[in-house]
Design a protein around this ligand. Structure first.
Ligand code: V47
Length: 370
């Protein structure tokens, strides 16, 4: 038996949840505005236990950020830059292969691939990139390209999204990360990412991915200029798409880091807001199987606590994350699986090493050594 919320608004929401009713925008706004953080946590933890029991997942993965050259130049991003700027880089397919070969001896099961929207890359690069990764790592899942990159690729080839996904699948693409969603609000798009696709296009790419049998994640970049109402609207649009064509695996809240961005005057998110966002996501996204506490953005300490506020996944070992570290994230660039397992166990959860689709790889030969 868990403690009950003390905030009357949360007690009403608790009753709704007990009756199996869906939460709406008004409930979402109440959840965000409450100061009964522990009460909110209790509700989210209940939803987490119902969805995933005491399991807490992590994955042995590698990130490949193949280029930071980007034509979108979003105001919140420290990673993307123009080709002639200092620090701009691009990885040839041989560079990518070399990065993968460096870690060939490690039991990596997921390769996470995200890059800037390079203005001059030929379409074949994207297809060949997936093929090359699959050649070097045939047993790992290639989880590649945000909806933004896919949208760009479809434009480049002049073909439909369905056709683009068909070709990418033939090359070995199996899953997609959830980046590029930011906040589904025309106001914020205009202010922060006017050159990049907006909500409708992002959701359309994901709809087609799911129809093509490609599972994806979804993100929300929070803690900049958005309102609570806009966050709630974002959750509800994600939930509606999941109702329509199921294909989202995890929701990943991304806490904004402002260093080296054009929003560097903004303070970092607070632990209070981070935990609330995880908890509200767990409660509103009732059709999402998993909520990720992405330790790179939250820091390892808060990601561990988030496991008791609705999260059931800590992402992975990673080793070389670039996007948030360029924007000042102070978390390490990678961690060992024994460290992740220790954090999960200390918090009273059962660590499960997963593959890209949340299948357990526990007990397999490579899960045995830390
Ligand atoms: O789309 C950019 C965000 C995203 C900053 O699906 C920033 O499993 C914080 O999508 N501060 C890319 N965030 C990363 C991403 C991701 C990461 C880990 C796991 C998964 C998954 C997806 O990073 C971008 C953007 O929303 N981002 N700049 C910044 N300054």
């Amino acid at each position: 038996m868990f403690a009950q919320p003390t905030d009357p608004a949360l007690r009403k929401i608790e009753k709704k949840l007990e009756a199996g009713k869906r939460l709406d925008a008004e409930d979402g706004n109440h959840l965000y505005r409450t100061h009964d953080l522990l009460g909110l946590g209790v509700l989210a933890h209940g939803a987490r236990l119902a969805a995933n029991g005491r399991k807490a997942y992590y994955v042995y993965n590698q990130h490949i950020n193949y280029t930071n050259i980007c034509k979108n130049l979003c105001r919140f991003c420290a990673f993307g830059r123009e080709a002639d700027r200092e620090g701009a880089y691009f990885m040839t397919l041989d560079d990518v292969e070399a990065a993968l070969r460096c870690r060939e001896a490690e039991p990596i099961t997921e390769i996470h691939v995200v890059g800037g929207v390079h203005p001059d890359l030929p379409a074949d690069y994207y297809f060949d990139l997936v093929r090359r990764i699959k050649k070097v790592r045939p047993h790992a899942t290639v989880k590649a390209f945000t909806a933004v990159e896919i949208h760009h690729l479809a434009k480049l080839t002049g073909s439909t999204l369905a056709d683009t996904f068909r070709r990418l699948k033939e090359c070995g693409l199996e899953a997609m990360p959830g980046g590029g969603a930011e906040v589904f609000s025309p106001r914020i798009q205009e202010e922060l990412f006017p050159r990049k696709i907006g909500a409708d296009e992002w959701l359309e790419v994901m709809r087609e991915a799911h129809r093509a049998g490609i599972r994806t994640n979804a993100t929300m970049l929070y803690g900049h200029v958005e309102t609570v109402e806009e966050r709630v609207e974002h959750f509800l649009r994600l939930r509606a798409l999941q109702d329509e064509v199921e294909g989202f695996m995890a929701f990943v809240p991304l806490a904004f880091h402002s260093k080296n961005t054009r929003l560097s005057h903004l303070p970092p998110t607070t632990g209070y807001d981070d935990l609330k966002t995880v908890a509200v996501a767990r409660l509103l996204l009732d059709n999402f199987p998993h909520i990720k506490a992405y330790w790179v953005m939250l820091g390892l300490k808060l990601a561990q606590v988030a496991l008791s506020f609705g999260a059931d996944d800590m992402d992975g070992t990673i080793v070389e994350e670039k996007i948030s570290h360029t924007a000042g994230a102070e978390s390490p660039k990678g961690v060992s699986r024994s460290l992740l397992r220790g954090l999960i166990e200390e918090a009273g959860f059962e660590p499960v090493e997963r593959d890209a689709f949340y299948g357990s790889v526990e007990g397999s030969a490579h899960a045995a050594h830390a």
